[in-house]
Design a protein. Structure first.
Length: 87
């Protein structure tokens, strides 16, 4: 029995595998107006925009903030949690 070529194998599977870029959904960044002066642990309305319903802090990938501001944001959220101001 002759061996099947790769093309014949792919035809049987339905065209082969899709590349990883086709499998990914486009990432949607939230549009959050952010001013550094407003970043304070007492400003709970701003901090809640960066926290999920489960209470997790959104990563930098989704917030779109520079690393320096993301660290300040994390610090402010953790301080608000200790003061029982935010989730």
């Amino acid at each position: 029995m002759p061996r099947k070529t790769n093309k014949e194998k792919n035809d049987r599977r339905g065209g082969g595998r899709r590349s990883s870029s086709e499998n990914r959904r486009p990432r949607v960044k939230p549009k959050i107006d952010f001013t550094v002066d407003a970043l304070d642990f007492k400003n709970t309305t701003l901090l809640r925009q960066f926290v999920t319903d489960q209470g997790r802090i959104l990563p930098r990938k989704y917030t779109g903030l520079p690393a320096h501001y993301q660290r300040r944001l994390n610090r402010a959220i953790k301080r608000a949690r200790q003061m029982l101001l935010a989730k």
